[in-house]
Design a protein around this ligand. Structure first.
Ligand SMILES: Cc1ncc(COP(=O)(O)O)c(C=O)c1O
Length: 461
């Protein structure tokens, strides 16, 4: 196993600062009420510590900012595109790269290429936008994560792993002709940035080969995944993150990438493929949906910042600091007895609301009740990922489906907050935990038809 110093102090110093507004408790009570108790509806300037997402919220480096000045804004063939293409090929080994403005257009194109009504897409756990893209193609997303991945108490070093037996059983039962593709999300966002082992990725390749199925990675946090492989998997301690990443990608036929995470940019993404015919088809869709294939919805300067950010995320000292900070936050809560999903993942701390607020049933939105309280207590913004986000009514039976996890996610932006900020958050969570019986459930007053947690309105019961 790796003996890399962890957590590592910041391998950077701060050159530019962004002031944060302080609000009073009374102001926050009014703000959350006006936001219909949905933290997505709060203005960012009214938030003190924003842990809503680690997506697109990173601080760029001086090298990335300098790269912006080298933006070539030509419609076709800009130099920054060639830099990005070369970088992605170098890191992933994939032959064809299509730039997109974020992760979901890449998912839209991939699902359009491989799925038809009645097909299934099999994965460890599909992220919500990927799931929605699979469903809008008339196909079924199937999460086949290992059982430990949904147990918030047991330790497993790779809780993002897919269950290989379940995967094979599903393929045999439904027949390979009905499966569009297999996809592993690395790290697995829905259970808290849990990593997938190299052994598991390799095993999926074998299953994919056996049944002639394409296999993709949702690579949004591939560098964090590579770090966990280095730290926890036998045989990888002496390999660089780049070597590990390259091996991970070598087992797949392509990837979707929301570069707003491990690309260390505020906007950007790509789709990478090995299949030339599918790439040609994808290019047509890209032109229709995003733009010409050498900019794909991004400015030349954005492409440059991304090419530079992708390499920075593979720096081991950066990654030891980054994952270390997330663990610094979670460990404080663990020490105080707060039910934290264990082990702590790469980009966030998950609080298990079934154990935190056992008196609030899932259909009374305990996660959202907690998030509202956290905001009022300390101006910290988090997000509920449970019944509101993933609950649904089964198309065939009409039955209400409860997701296995009811969690609050506190995602830490990259290179943005200090450990003093983490202390404030930990104190606030512990404070609420100590008076948890006083929290009440919520009910919906407005429910959008899809991805309802983004725009839903709630009120306390
Ligand atoms: C694992 C994963 N895949 C895909 C996406 C979608 O990416 P984007 O928000 O850039 O469209 C996200 C975003 O959070 C994600 O976490």
């Amino acid at each position: 196993m790796a003996t890399y110093p962890f957590p590592e102090a910041e391998p950077f110093r701060i050159k530019v600062v962004e002031p944060l507004k302080m609000t009073t408790r009374e102001e926050r009570e009014r703000i959350i009420r006006e936001a219909h108790y949905n933290t997505f509806n709060i203005r960012s300037e009214d938030v003190y510590i924003d842990l809503l997402t680690d997506s697109g919220t990173a601080a760029m480096s001086q090298d990335q900012w300098a790269g912006l000045m080298l933006g070539d804004e030509a419609y076709a063939g800009c130099r920054n595109w060639f830099h990005l293409e070369e970088t992605v090929r170098d890191i992933t080994g994939f032959k064809y790269v299509l730039p997109t403005h974020q992760g979901r257009p890449a998912e839209n194109i991939l699902t359009a290429l491989y799925l038809r009504p009645g097909f299934a897409a099999l994965g460890n756990m599909f992220f919500d936008t990927t799931r929605a893209h699979v469903e809008t193609k008339g196909a079924l997303p199937r999460d086949l994560i290992i059982d430990e991945g949904l147990d918030t108490t047991v330790y497993h070093p790779f809780k993002g792993n897919i269950d290989i037996d379940k995967l094979e059983e599903y393929i045999k039962r439904e027949t390979p002709e009905k499966i569009g593709f297999i996809m592993l999300t690395v790290t697995c966002n829905n259970n808290g940035g849990q990593p997938v082992s190299m052994e598991n990725i390799r095993a999926v390749r074998e299953v994919a080969d056996k049944y002639g199925l394409p296999f993709f990675l949702d690579a949004a946090r591939y560098a964090e995944n590579a770090f966990f492989i280095k730290m926890r998997e036998e045989g990888y301690a002496d390999k660089s993150l780049k070597e590990i990443a390259r091996e991970m990608f070598s087992y797949a036929d392509g990837c979707t990438m929301s570069a707003k995470k491990d690309g260390l940019v505020n906007m950007g993404g790509f789709l990478a493929l090995n299949d030339e015919a599918k790439f040609r088809e994808a290019q047509q869709l890209l032109i229709l949906l995003e733009g010409f294939p050498t900019y794909g919805g991004l400015a030349g300067r954005d492409l440059e910042a991304l090419a530079r950010g992708l390499r920075e995320a593979l720096d081991e000292r950066y990654m030891a600091y980054r994952v270390g900070q997330v663990h610094y936050l979670g460990n404080q809560m663990l020490k105080a007895g707060v039910p934290v999903f264990q082990p702590i993942g790469g980009h966030c701390v998950l609080l298990d609301m079934k154990r935190f607020l056992p008196h609030i049933p899932q259909d009374q939105f305990p996660s959202e009740a907690f998030c509202a309280e956290l905001y009022v207590d300390s101006g910290t913004r988090a997000i509920g990922l449970g019944f509101l986000a993933f609950g649904r009514v089964d198309r065939e039976s009409g039955e209400v489906i409860y997701p296995p996890l009811e969690v609050v996610r506190m995602a830490v932006p990259r290179r943005v907050y200090t450990n003093n900020h983490m202390d404030v958050v930990a104190r606030s969570v512990i404070n609420i935990y100590e008076r948890r019986e006083t929290l009440r459930g919520m009910r919906l007053t407005y429910e959008p038809p899809m991805l309802r947690h983004f725009r839903a309105h709630l009120e306390p019961l």
